[in-house]
Design a protein around this ligand. Sequence first.
Ligand code: GLY
Length: 560
Amino acid sequence: MEHVSLKPRILILLFCLLTLITNLYSQNISYNNAVVSSANELASEVGIKILKSGGNAIDAAVGTAFALAVVYPQAGNIGGGGFIVLRSENGFETSIDFRETAPSLSTKNMYLDKDGNVISELSTTGHLASGIPGSVAGLLYALEKYGTKSREEILSYAIELAEKGFRINYELANSINNHRKEFNLFNGSSKIFGRKFRSDDLLIQTDLANTLKEISANGRDGFYKGNVADKIVAEMKKGYGIISLNDLENYKPVERKVIKGTYRGYDIITMGSPSSGGTCLIYLLNILENFDLKSMGRAGIHFVNVLAEAMKRVYSDRSEYMGDKDFYNMPVDKLISKSYAKERFSNFILGEMIPSSEIKPGNLNKESPQTTHLSVADSKGDMVSLTTTLNDVFGSKVVVDGAGFILNNEMDDFSVKPGVPNIYGLVGNEANAIAPGKRMLSSMTPTLILKENKPFLVIGSPGGGKIITAVLQSIINIIDFGMSVADAVNAPRFHHQWLPDILQLENSYVSNIQIRELKEIGYSTKIIPDFARVEAILYNPDGTLTGHSDRRGSGKAVGF
Ligand code: GLY
């Protein structure tokens, strides 16, 4: 008898548990005031604390970014660079480019041997792989111009996390352990990351805390001059690096006009050169707008076919025409025009594919959580989309000895030799050739979307060359397929980057039968591990906000 009366209670308990798990997984929770979504919960919480204490979205974004440099050293950084796209409640829009630049001693062929062959790993590991870091200058520029709080207050959170330490999660422990061999090549790196880590270990970073204190006390001069700058240059000398004191002192972030497009009546506000991200995103959306994607269905073969063919054309143009527009006349206006998108896709026939060889050559890429994105939105309408990177996971793997932070290996984002793929398998040409002071081409796509001129979505992602297609598919999932922000971000994705001529699909994207159908059309397919980690915040029609940190990472959207 007793077990019969328990049954309904067990069922109710099971139902509650299931609802809780579903909510936790999908994170479809709405908040009245603000949301911060980033790759690490501790960092998101820093942003929320700043907002709760009266800071604005830029204060929160900058505080979160500095915190990520401590708690997410795989990609969060002060030794790398990035981009911010922001829109304030009064409709003012701008972007801040703090991409790294090539050192003044860099040359076009610096990664080639005497026979003109690429020297393996020279642009990816070690001192020569680093561009001049832009993060500190860019974040402080944003804070001083658009924030409301003091530098000291904003940096205090990151300093505390570095000084007192934090318990590392499984992802970070695993990531460090996987790169131990490389860390142990360099003295500074080996001291901090050379040992074996377990999840829940306490990571205290005293040198990093001291560097952050110098920045807190002296602003950009605390990094680009004096003690810290001296340590960077001393570190360079240990490994034949070429960043000089002059290079550091001369680094400048650049405020740039955002680039804009429209998609089915929504306004897209995104990052222009030296990122290819925004340009490619608008270009892709312009092509896709001419198709009724919803009726094709997300897993329909025609949907995959249209997107893959669009991606191929866009990535082929990326390799030829995109680079730092301060150095190369990048035809942005044309690339983001609706007419060019139509013209470029005019040879597309539904159900058919054109092999990439009839357009150009490449190589298959690797995937790593090398970049990181954070989104901040508040109910007043302030929106900040910030993507920052060291390039590869832990960048060059070089920690500046005594200063406790990792240097980027962003030089590999240049085209080190025409047609030779970088670590993401992306190829490039003259537009993205190395030159002193030039910014290397990026795929980062920090983006804001408006609906009827009101805030709608803040979105962005890490993922190397796949950033653009991950952001694209998340947007389409929301706008075309009406999915919730969590489902849109979590849904399986696919990617084509023209070269190599391979349609790369996440495991669960389509069934075996559909793979066969895609092969019949002519696609070479490859099942790849999950890619990119989108951080998105949606404005709901009732004025509340729902954020979501991609299931593929271990981040969190926090709100209040
Ligand atoms: N380092 C990756 C990117 O900027 O696209």
